[in-house]
Write a protein that binds this ligand. Structure first.
Ligand code: 3PG
Length: 306
């Protein structure tokens, strides 16, 4: 009997686990849970005899894979897979997949939750500002970026997009203004929302040169990854510009330094963009179905490592 482990430091909603279990039960698999674990050793022990793992932002590195002698597949129930060592997986013949798009709406909705919160002075009672008529710059136009654009239309915002891998035609077809360079995006946006993956190319790419181009007042919202920000340069910009606000769903490394920007800096206590029942159900069940299809039909759709 195949053994499937759900290893989630940040657990899924119980209703999502119920849905995952229905899928694995129907396939005759044994589902086990490791939730809210606090040490890597717990993860190393839990993976010892499993055939498949469903994870979220949990780190699956070479050590974890080496401890999982039967492991054939890891599915990241979500979009970003910077937490999985793809090269180590390939070396060991382990397939790695994600579940693209399944939690995108949840993340996009949080963008607007944070935007309204910041635009209204963190609900302090002071007069804030409205989003209607302002320009939101969407940096990277994947599943989350596209959902942000859809919601921004409802707010009556103008939408600009920069994505090195998406054509002008595709951006315009989505009813957005295409920017040729990131500089053009930042220079023409009141608000910039980040949706880039953390890769060697994007790490620390959101730097002072780019951020300084934003008109006043500026507002940056990050529901992507902390790694894409050059934190010290963002601190410099915020120190020099009292109009600059930053809201993030991923606590920065330099959290204490950011905390001094009272009233114009906000970080969620725990990353929660994808933390809705719907997103948990969508991503969790998709992951379970992908595992069953992998074992039963050899289906490798959404495989990330070649
Ligand atoms: C993702 O990459 O799918 C999101 O960042 C959500 O991550 P999480 O599953 O850790 O909440």
């Amino acid at each position: 009997m195949k053994k499937i482990l759900v290893a989630t430091e940040k657990p899924f909603a119980p209703v999502a686990i119920k849905g995952i279990r229905e899928v694995t039960d129907a396939a005759g698999y044994n589902l086990v849970l490791l939730e809210k674990y606090s040490s890597k050793q717990e993860l190393l022990d839990a993976v010892a005899d499993v055939d498949a793992i469903i994870i979220r932002s949990d780190i699956i590195d070479a050590e974890v894979m080496s401890a999982a002698k039967n492991l054939k597949i890891v599915v990241r129930a979500g979009a970003g897979y910077d937490n999985v060592d793809l090269a180590a997986a390939t070396e060991r013949g382990i397939c790695v997949m994600n579940t693209p798009g399944q939690n995108a709406n949840a993340v996009a909705e949080l963008v607007f939750g944070m935007l309204v919160f910041m635009a209204r002075g963190m609900f302090s009672g002071a007069a804030g500002c409205e989003l209607k008529g302002r320009t939101i710059g969407i940096h990277a136009f994947g599943n989350v970026g596209r959902n942000v654009a859809r919601i921004a239309k409802g707010f009556g915002m103008n939408i600009a997009v920069y994505d090195a891998f998406v054509s002008k035609e595709a951006v315009e077809e989505a009813g957005c203004r295409w920017c040729e360079t990131p500089e053009e995006l930042y220079a023409s946006s009141d608000v910039v929302s980040l949706h880039l993956p953390a890769t060697a190319e994007t790490k620390q790419s959101i730097n002072k040169a780019l951020l300084s181009k934003m008109p006043k007042p500026a507002f940056l919202v990050n529901t992507a990854r902390k790694e894409v920000i050059h934190e010290q340069e963002l601190i410099e910009v915020m120190t020099e510009r009292a109009d600059f606000k930053y809201a993030t769903d991923i606590a920065p490394v330099a959290a204490e330094e950011f905390a001094k920007f009272e009233g114009r800096y906000f970080a969620t206590p725990k990353k929660m963009g994808a933390q809705t029942a719907e997103a948990n159900i969508n991503a969790g069940i998709a992951a379970a179905k992908q595992i069953v299809a992998f074992f039963e039909e050899g289906c490798e759709r959404f495989r990330l490592n070649k």
